[in-house]
Write a protein that binds this ligand. Structure first.
Ligand SMILES: Cc1ncc(COP(=O)(O)O)c(C=O)c1O
Length: 449
C-alpha cells in the first residue's frame, strides 16, 4: 500500500480489517474510495510521495488522518458559519479565576509547582476527583485507582499500550468518536462495531460481537455521545452491564460530556453497574478548559500499575503546573456554578438550533434526541450524501461535519454532526436557514433529474 496515506483515511473508517490483513482495497472500498476522493480533494491536497516513505511503520500507515481537523481548515474562515467544530465555547472559560489561581500557585508554591512530579498525578487533585465522584454520582473511587493523564485522549493510548496486541479484537460504537478510533488504530486491532441506537447500544449485536469475537474492550460514550449526542437509557445500561459481566471484556466508559445535562435525569454509571469490568475516563476539558490537557482514568488495582508504567515511559507525568493551577481553581471557586453557566448557555443554543431546524429543514429530516452535551446528529433525506451537502454548504458559507468519517462500517451517508455551542443564536438561525436551502436545492435537483 505504498503512498497510500491519504487513501488510508478513506479506507480505514470503512473496513479496517481489509487494511490490516490484505494488501489491496476490497471491491466495496474501491468504490467508496473513488466516491469520496473528490470530496477529500476539496479539503486537503494529497501528500507528495517520497522514496523514503517505506520507512514509515505499518502502525502509522494504518491510522486515519483526522478528517475533522482537515475539515476545520476550510471552515474556520471568518465569513463561514461553522457548526463543524468540536471545541467548547471559549467565551465561557473562567479566565480571570484561572489568572488568580496561576498567580497564587507561583507566589505560594512556585519552586514545587515548576519541578518534575509523580507519574500518578498530584495526590490532592486525585482526592478531589474521588470526592467529586462521591458527591455527584455516589461512586466510591479510591484516589490510588486514579491516574492523571494528558487529557482523556491520552488514556486511549495508554489503554492500547497495556492491553492490545496487533490483531486483538476490540468493539466500538458505530458511529463512534473519531479520536478514540484513531488512537486505538495505532495498535492495529481488529475493530468490531456495535450499532448505536437512540436508546443506546444494539443489545443483540453487542451480545453477538462479545460472544463471537471476545473483544478485549468495548469503547463507549454513554452520555451525550460524540458525534450523536445520544445517551444510553437506564434500561439499556443495565442490559449492557449484564452482557458485559458475562464476558472477559472491559467496558471503557468515556465521559467528557456527562456533567453537561440540560434536561432529564442522570443515569447510572457503568462503574456502578459493572464495577469489575469498567474503566472510567474523565476530563476537565469540557467543564473547565481543554488547554491544560488534564484528564484521568479510573482503573482496577491489576491495571493501574501497568497504566502508570506506560505513562511513565510516554511522558514521565502530566504537566504539574497545570495540575496545581487546576486544583487551586477548583478549591477556590464553585465548579457547580461554572457548570451551571455552561449548561444555561449551551441549552439555549441547542433550543435555538432545534427551532431553526424545525423552521428551515424539510420535514423528513430527523434529529436524534439529546439532553445535553455539545452536538446534534441530523439525518437528512437518504438520497442526499452529506459529503455532497458539505460541498454545497461551504459554497454557501456554512459548515458542519458529515457523518461518514464517524462510521467504522455500515456507513450511513445521509448523517451529519452539528455543534451548537460556539455560534451565537442569531447566526445559528442564519446558518441553519442556509443549510436548509442547500438541502432543498439538492432534493429538488434529484427530482429534476
Ligand atoms: C468522546 C470524547 N472523548 C475524549 C475527548 C478528548 O478529550 P480531552 O480533551 O480530555 O483529551 C473528546 C474531545 O472532544 C471527546 O469528544
Amino acid at each position: 500500500m505504498r503512498g497510500s496515506l491519504c487513501i488510508n483515511y478513506i479506507e480505514t473508517p470503512i473496513s479496517r480489517e481489509s487494511l490490516y490483513f490484505s494488501d489491496g482495497l476490497s471491491r466495496r472500498n474501491e468504490v467508496l474510495a473513488v466516491e469520496l476522493l473528490p470530496h477529500k480533494n476539496n479539503c486537503w491536497k494529497a501528500k507528495e510521495e517520497s522514496s523514503l516513505d517505506n520507512l514509515l511503520s505499518n502502525r502509522i500507515k494504518s491510522v486515519p488522518k483526522s478528517f475533522i481537523r482537515e475539515i476545520l481548515k476550510v471552515t474556520t474562515q471568518p465569513d463561514v458559519i461553522s457548526f463543524a467544530g468540536g471545541l467548547p465555547n471559549s467565551e465561557l472559560f473562567p479566565v480571570s479565576q484561572i489568572e488568580t489561581a496561576c498567580c497564587d500557585v507561583l507566589k505560594n508554591n512556585g519552586p514545587k509547582a515548576l519541578q518534575y512530579s509523580s507519574t500518578e498525578g498530584d495526590a490532592d487533585l486525585r482526592q478531589w476527583i474521588s470526592n467529586r465522584y462521591k458527591s455527584q454520582q455516589g461512586l466510591q473511587v479510591n484516589p490510588d485507582n486514579i491516574l492523571i493523564t494528558n487529557g482523556s485522549q491520552q488514556t486511549f493510548d495508554l489503554i492500547g499500550k497495556v492491553l492490545l496486541n496487533e490483531g486483538d479484537n476490540i468493539a466500538i460504537e458505530n458511529p463512534g468518536y473519531l479520536g478514540a478510533i484513531q488512537s486505538f488504530a495505532l495498535f492495529q486491532p481488529k475493530m468490531h462495531t456495535v450499532e448505536l441506537n437512540e436508546d443506546g447500544l444494539n443489545l443483540e449485536e453487542l451480545d453477538q460481537v462479545l460472544a463471537s469475537k471476545q473483544p478485549k474492550l468495548l469503547y463507549s460514550v454513554p452520555n451525550f455521545q460524540n458525534p450523536t449526542g445520544i445517551s444510553y437509557s437506564q434500561a439499556n445500561r443495565e442490559a449492557v452491564a449484564n452482557i458485559i459481566k458475562q464476558h472477559n471484556t472491559l467496558l471503557v466508559q468515556d465521559d467528557p460530556y456527562g456533567a453537561l445535562r440540560f434536561s432529564g435525569t442522570p443515569r447510572s454509571s457503568f462503574y456502578e453497574l459493572a464495577p469489575e469490568n469498567t474503566l472510567l475516563l474523565g476530563t476537565f476539558s469540557k467543564i473547565v478548559v481543554p488547554s491544560f490537557r488534564l484528564g484521568w482514568i479510573v482503573a482496577p488495582d491489576w491495571l493501574i500499575e501497568p497504566l502508570t508504567i506506560a505513562k511513565q515511559a510516554a511522558d514521565l507525568h502530566t504537566n504539574y503546573f497545570s495540575q496545581q493551577v487546576m486544583l487551586k481553581y477548583l478549591t477556590e471557586n464553585s465548579l457547580d456554578d461554572h457548570i451551571a453557566t455552561i449548561i444555561e448557555h449551551y441549552a439555549r443554543h441547542k433550543e435555538a438550533m432545534i427551532s431553526a431546524i424545525e423552521k428551515h429543514f424539510p420535514k423528513e429530516v430527523h434529529v436524534a434526541p439529546s439532553e445535553g452535551g455539545m452536538f446534534l446528529w441530523v439525518t437528512i433525506p437518504d438520497h442526499i450524501s452529506s459529503m455532497d451537502l458539505f460541498d454545497e454548504a461551504i459554497q454557501n458559507k456554512v459548515a458542519f461535519v458529515p457523518g461518514i468519517p464517524f462510521y467504522v462500517d455500515k456507513i450511513q451517508q445521509n448523517t451529519m454532526r452539528l455543534s451548537f455551542v460556539t455560534v451565537n443564536e442569531e447566526k445559528i438561525e442564519e446558518g441553519i436557514k442556509r443549510l436548509g436551502q442547500c438541502i432543498a436545492k439538492m432534493s429538488n435537483a434529484r427530482y429534476v433529474c
